[in-house]
Design a protein. Sequence first.
Length: 230
Amino acid sequence: MILKMKIILTTGLFLSLVMGAGYALYAGDNVANTKHNLSASGTGSYKTVSTTEICIFCHTPHGGSTTAPLWNRINPAGPYNMYNSPTLDSPIAWSPQGISLVCLSCHDGTVAFDALLNKPGSGGGSPSGWEWQINNHIPAYPPGSYIGTDLSDDHPISIDYPGADQETNDFRWAKDPYAANTIRLFNVSTGAPANQVECASCHNPHDGTYPPLLRASNSNSELCLACHKK
């Protein structure tokens, strides 16, 4: 009996350690404390008083799209003007892909904040009649942090990272693209680790530790220098 109890306790401790290690990278993530909390409990300038649900603005447990995990938003249609430069020597997509596209479903200004696939609670259908507030004043339309559809003056996205498998003269080797406090590289279609630079390479939508939702501090250009040598 004592031996059996020891085995159970040892197994439980082992599982706890394994699970703890698995979640260690994400322990600091708390979307409730970021500007992406658009619910009534949000502390940012933009929020709605019509729901207390936080995750619903991006995710739904049922009926979501495959653009991102259980994605609850309508994808923007563009068209987009992508970054281009005579010094650009990495392949870049003709339009934002994967996780960058889901970011732009709010941030390009063409899709309303409440353009959701499923409303809160049971049942389907998009919400209607939500009241939006900016600094406690109801606006004429849902607000947004818009960058528009002209991405030619922004950091390139949906582009191959030239140092994903080897170090180059200009870029550092991304040795562990899913490590904490560093850039992340993505697979265009699945979001799995690969070699694509996307919006979420530098931004963490679930963590506001390093404004504006950066994956690491950019003090002394630390985040930039995680990739760039100069």
